[in-house]
Structure formats: structure tokens, C-alpha cells
Write a protein that binds this ligand. Structure first.
Ligand code: MRU
Length: 366
């Protein structure tokens, strides 16, 4: 997608042809800065500290992290160490494990002298595939948006509610939940997005608002507790979020607070769609209860960052001194609350049959 007229992906090779460049998402929306990553430690830190974040982008960054490791030492032992180091960065998004498995088998299939080239080729393929999958999600999601418009008595703005950031910043390009939003906007549909701020890290108010603004999509940031009220008053036509891990039965793990929006949507008869590439499906588990939920530093709850009038960015305390805080990063929305999954292969019911209908090759693998 474009930033002030220039097309960017979220991760790319630097001019030297081997190091990586990323958009440092910790600084948005106040500063657009590119960070260079030159070794596996820097790649792991970028994922852990959320300079890069969002399930598909975490996978892409880890893939290139393996390239940086292979440049230094492409032996089986070093690759296994690199795999473990990157896997330990964040526990919930399954794209991380998927990308590392893909990288390990692609690299180990080559003789030692060819391993670096094989690693870079595989990482580039993972990124290109992510872009293609997100574009496909956008097209399938757009069909659902059109259905939703068709079912209404009169024309008018299509009001979409989203949570967290599931836009191009969370992927290599396009985004998952926001891909159909961009396509709808580009197709001339009058679409407006309610953007949940998404405490505690505010991926909605800082990242989603920023990227929608850069693309010219009308949007309004709301406090996280507002969605239910808007739904009760007819101000939301559909909800769409991304996912960090979807089980083989269609339970969806996504940013904390997603579940509450799904409950409110069900209570108000509003479609709740979840957009995800196939790389976010964990075929090894059926129940969302088996998904590891990341717990993060309580400082993300007790403190907030923001820009002062003089342009400086400050980190300020919002709770009394010494207050205990809990910081669960994700929750699970049971499949029964999800109206449809929107994948790169088409849309389906959030159920085992629904998913196997789209990915029949998985029947024999179970
Ligand atoms: O903690 P984050 O910012 O990595 O969480 C990201 C989300 O929850 C997204 O909504 C999710 O990755 C799906 S979008 C591609």
C-alpha cells in the first residue's frame, strides 16, 4: 500500500541485498521510520518488541531472520538454534511456527553451500505468497460487503467495525480484515470504518487509523467499550477482524477484546466476519482452549504513550503508583459467534466441515 504516494511493503531487502528493512511500528503514528536488521538477534528483538507485529508479518520477519542466521552459519545445529530463538519471541500467532517450519525444511533440503540462497528464495516466496493470499481475502471479503449492501433497504454508507490492526501493517501488504475495506473504497463503495482503539497497545488508534488515513478511507476511532452501543443503535453493518490462530474447528484467537465484540454482534444480529490466510489455521488443534495466550508486561496497561504539544513522545503512567495490572494480549472467540471465515481460498462457515470444504487436502492429513 502507499505512504504519501510511495508503495511500501512492511518488510523488504535493503540495497545491500541481504539485510532487511522494516517499518518500525512502535513509532507510528507519530514517526514513519525504517529500521535495518542485520542479524538474527535484531530480527528476534523486532518481533518481541513489536517493531513488527501482526500474525502474517511476524511469520515473514521470522523467515528472514532464518536467512540472517544461515548467512552466519548454515549448519543444522545453527539453524535449529535460530529456529528456537525466533519461535520463543511470541507464543500466540501460529504463522510464526508455520514460517519457521517452511524455512527449516527448505534450507535443509539444500547442500550446505546453497543454503543461504535457498533461505532467501524461500523467504521471498513466503512474502509474495502472503501478498497474494491477502489480495484474495480482499476479493472474497468484498463479495460479502456487497451482499451486505444488497440486503439493505436503502443505499448509504457501509459502516464496518474492526478491532486491533489487521491491515497491511500486520501483513506483508494489503492486510487481512482491511483488504476488503481497501478494495471496497477503491471500487467507489461509500465505506466508513469504526476503529476500536484496542487497548493496551492501541494498534487501532495508532496503526489502523494511520493506514486508513494514508489511503483516504473514512474512519472514526472509538474507545474499546463503544462498539456495543453503536451496534444497538444501527450504526454498524458488519464487523470484520483478523486472527492470530484459528483452530481446525473454526475457533478464532485474536487481539484481546475481539470476543466481546463478537458477543455484542451476535446479540444485535450483526455479521461478524474473521479474515485470515491459510497460514493462520492451526490444523493440529480443535479447541481454542488449547491456544497459548500471550501475557505481556503489565506496564503496557499501567502506562500509555502519546505525543505532547511540542512533538515529543512521552510514556505516562495512568494508574496509581504500585497498582497491579494484568495484560492478556489475546482472547478466543468460539466458532459459534463467527458468521463466516474469509480465507484466501474463499469463505466458509466457522466449523471443521466449513474449513475442510475449502481445504480438502487436509482431510487425508488428519
Ligand atoms: O499483538 P499484535 O499486534 O501482533 O496482534 C495482532 C492482531 O491481533 C491482529 O488482529 C492479527 O494478527 C490478525 S491480522 C493480520
Amino acid at each position: 500500500m502507499k505512504v504519501d504516494g510511495t508503495h511500501y511493503r512492511t518488510i523488504w531487502l535493503a540495497e545491500d541485498g541481504w539485510s532487511l528493512e522494516i517499518i518500525d511500528q512502535r513509532l507510528l503514528p507519530h514517526e514513519f521510520a525504517i529500521q535495518r536488521l542485520t542479524n538474527i538477534g535484531e530480527a528476534a528483538d523486532a518481533i518481541r518488541t513489536m517493531a513488527v507485529r501482526g500474525a502474517p508479518l511476524i511469520g515473514a520477519a521470522a523467515a528472514y531472520g532464518m536467512c540472517l542466521q544461515a548467512r552466519v552459519d548454515a549448519s543444522d545445529d545453527a539453524l535449529r538454534e535460530g529456529y528456537a530463538q525466533l519461535l520463543a519471541t511470541r507464543p500466540t500467532a501460529v504463522n510464526l511456527r508455520w514460517a519457521l517450519d517452511e524455512m527449516l525444511s527448505a534450507i535443509r533440503a539444500s547442500v550446505i553451500n546453497d543454503r543461504v540462497a535457498a533461505a532467501y528464495a524461500k523467504a521471498a516466496a513466503i512474502c509474495d505468497e502472503d501478498v497474494a493470499m491477502c489480495e484474495a481475502i480482499g476479493r472474497y471479503g468484498l463479495d460479502l460487503f456487497r451482499e451486505c449492501i444488497g440486503g439493505r433497504a436503502e443505499d448509504g454508507t457501509l459502516n464496518v467495525l474492526t478491532h486491533c490492526n489487521a491491515g497491511w501493517l500486520a501483513t506483508v501488504d494489503w492486510g487481512t480484515a482491511l483488504a476488503p475495506v481497501y478494495m471496497a473504497h477503491d471500487a467507489g463503495i461509500d465505506v466508513h470504518v469504526w476503529v476500536d482503539e484496542t487497548r493496551p497497545r492501541n494498534q487501532g488508534s495508532s496503526l489502523t487509523a494511520w493506514e486508513l488515513g494514508k489511503h483516504g478511507v473514512p474512519h472514526t476511532v472509538i474507545a474499546d467499550n463503544t462498539g456495543g452501543h453503536l451496534m444497538q443503535h444501527g450504526a454498524v453493518d458488519l464487523c470484520i477482524t483478523g486472527a492470530d490462530r484459528t483452530t481446525a474447528s473454526g475457533d478464532v484467537c485474536n487481539k484481546i477484546g475481539t470476543y466481546l465484540k463478537a458477543l455484542a454482534a451476535a446479540d444485535n444480529g450483526i455479521p461478524f466476519y474473521v479474515a485470515l490466510p491459510r497460514t493462520t489455521i492451526d490444523w493440529t488443534i480443535d479447541s481454542g482452549e488449547s491456544i497459548p495466550i500471550e501475557k505481556r508486561d503489565s506496564g503496557e496497561v499501567t502506562h500509555m504513550s502519546g505525543r505532547e504539544g511540542d512533538g515529543s513522545v512521552k510514556w505516562i503512567q495512568v494508574t496509581p503508583d504500585g497498582t497491579k495490572a494484568a495484560n492478556y494480549a489475546f482472547d478466543v472467540t468460539p466458532a459459534r459467534l463467527v458468521t463466516r471465515l474469509v480465507t484466501d481460498q474463499g469463505t466458509c462457515a466457522a466449523s471443521k466441515d466449513g474449513l475442510l470444504g475449502l481445504f480438502p487436502e487436509r482431510r487425508s492429513q488428519k
